[in-house]
Design a binder for this molecule. Structure first.
Ligand code: HEM
Length: 491
């Protein structure tokens, strides 16, 4: 009887709570935001797509159906307009604070420049690092020379593949790791392109498949704690011990080269800054990870696309430009005379942004109006590069790879304004200049020597975009291309 009564009471409470929840959802100021009806009541559908590594495409499909402003959940909204980017990411310099999603990116239990949520803490960190990532520092002979040397090593891998195919997925990630770690802590950087042990360390980062495990841990920490043994059976936990040890050791390295991030951190630490040894290790680890998959995947998707028959005319145009400038000459260091190379890189980053998905932020407590909608304080708002780059008015025929669109004077300012691959404002990518120089150096060296073709065993499906935690990589984690020397082609 007691059981029966308490069951009735439970049911009654459940109904009352459900009615209150429904009432709150129906009264939410976000009810006017377009989107599927269920997003007003639950975020579970979004979470389901996240767990299936399909968030980017799902959010994009909602934008395609509902327009530039879409509700993703009871307290989450996505935008694609430039006005929204400006408000969310640039207002008062750094835009709104980051959401708790970035808790996922703590390293060794510490928050880094990337994972700090609040602008004051972020500004303090950024003051330490910014000058090492400035274009003037990247373009110094010592820094640039290191990138050129690693690009030559990549070319040696292409040469070694002879008439066969070469997996550029792995070697581009190796190149990105070697360049990033050179810039971060030379002489303690990696040589993945030539050294198997370094390659193994890098592969732990690139091959990481812990998306589901980490999402469960983030959204349901109690469940994850209680069932971690079982969750680990079905969803791989993150394990990068080689990379962790490498970053810890590198952060202690004495007398790093003056252009490196490590030299700057050690300088600041000696001068009594807030950075202790673990903070430094966490930062270098974070920047290393940030620099590997982004540049590696971006180059991989781009070279795959340039190798397709539909893009041959662009590959040829690029080769013509490089030959005309005789840039295979290593003494040439600038990219100013290579507008088509720039167009190819821009179009690659537009079509295949290495971080394609939402960059979530929290609306300040007193609420804001974004794109004409009143958004209450604490709502999670975001723009995702994949969708921002596919706005028809700015990029007609947006799914087609067409570098020539960047060569037209008309609409140039508008196109540049909405390029969001590196995000925007004070929390945009600090490694942007380094990444662009790495990409251009490698493309210049490859396409002034080779024509690239896809290997027959490759399929479009294996190159489909597969969401990672924040970046996106080819589903098959492999990209086989053939390198045909240009001299052979012209004979
Ligand atoms: C094509 C290559 C790259 C792309 C597309 C890219 C993109 C981005 C984006 C979109 C963000 C902002 C993320 C957010 O708000 O959640 C970001 C931040 C960041 N990136 Fe990159 N990135 C690239 C290469 C690099 C490289 C080479 C490094 C360093 C070696 C780097 C280091 C960082 C760091 C440290 C942050 C955090 C900045 C801050 O919070 O102030 N990135 N990147």
């Amino acid at each position: 009887m007691i059981l029966f009564l308490s069951f009735q009471q439970c049911a009654a409470w459940f109904v009352v709570l459900a009615l209150i929840y429904l009432g709150l959802c129906l009264a939410s100021p976000l009810r006017k935001v377009p989107g599927p009806w269920y997003t007003g009541f639950t975020v579970l559908i979004l979470r389901w797509h996240e767990l299936r590594a399909n968030r980017t495409r799902y959010v994009h499909s909602l934008h395609a159906k509902y327009g530039p402003v879409v509700r993703l959940g009871p307290a989450e909204v996505s935008f694609t307009s430039y006005e929204a980017i400006k408000e969310i990411y640039c207002s008062r310099g750094s835009g709104y604070d980051k959401s708790e999603f970035y808790d996922l990116f703590r390293v060794f239990g510490r928050r880094t420049m990337f994972s700090t949520l609040y602008k004051e803490e972020h500004a303090k960190r950024k003051r330490v690092f910014a000058d090492r990532y400035a274009n003037s520092n990247i373009m110094k002979p010592a820094s640039l020379g290191g990138i050129q040397e690693r690009s030559r090593r990549f070319i040696q891998c292409c040469e070694a593949s002879g008439t066969g195919s070469h997996d550029i997925f792995m070697s581009l990630h190796a190149y990105a790791c070697d360049c990033a770690t050179y810039h971060l802590f030379d002489p303690y950087g990696t040589n993945c392109l030539q050294d198997e042990a370094d390659m193994e360390m890098m592969s732990q980062i690139t091959g990481d498949d812990s998306l589901q495990n980490r999402l469960i841990q983030h959204y349901s920490p109690t469940l994850h704690r209680m069932l971690s043994g079982i969750v680990d059976l079905f969803a791989e936990p993150r394990a990068t011990p080689l990379a962790d040890n490498f970053a810890m050791a590198a952060a202690r390295g004495p007398e790093p080269s003056p252009f490196t991030l490590l030299s700057r951190m050690q300088e600041k630490s000696a001068a009594g800054s807030h950075l202790d040894q673990l903070d430094m290790a966490a930062e270098v680890m974070d920047h290393m990870v940030a620099g590997i998959d982004t540049t590696g995947d971006g180059l991989c998707f781009l070279m795959w696309e340039l190798s397709q028959p539909r893009s041959f005319s662009f590959q040829e145009e690029l080769q013509r430009e490089l030959r005309a400038q005789c840039v295979a000459d290593d003494a040439h260091t600038g990219f100013d005379n290579l507008p088509f190379l720039d167009a190819v890189v821009q179009e690659g980053l537009r079509c295949f942004p290495p971080i394609p998905m939402s960059l979530p932020r929290r609306v300040p407590a007193d609420g804001r109006t974004i794109d004409g909608y009143d958004i209450p304080g604490s709502t999670v708002v975001s723009c995702q590069p994949f969708s921002v780059h596919r706005v028809h008015d700015v990029f007609p025929d947006p799914d087609t790879f067409n570098p020539e669109r960047w060569c037209e004077a008309e609409g140039d300012a508008e196109r540049k304004r909405v390029m969001f691959a590196f995000s925007n404002g004070g929390r945009g990518c600090v490694g942007k200049h380094l990444a662009l120089v790495e990409m251009k150096t490698l493309l210049r060296d490859v396409y002034s020597r080779y024509t690239t073709l896809p290997c027959d065993t490759m399929t479009a499906e294996s190159m489909a975009m597969d969401d990672h935690l924040i970046s996106s990589r080819p589903l098959g984690k492999k990209c086989l291309l053939r390198f045909i020397p240009l001299s052979e082609k012209h004979e």
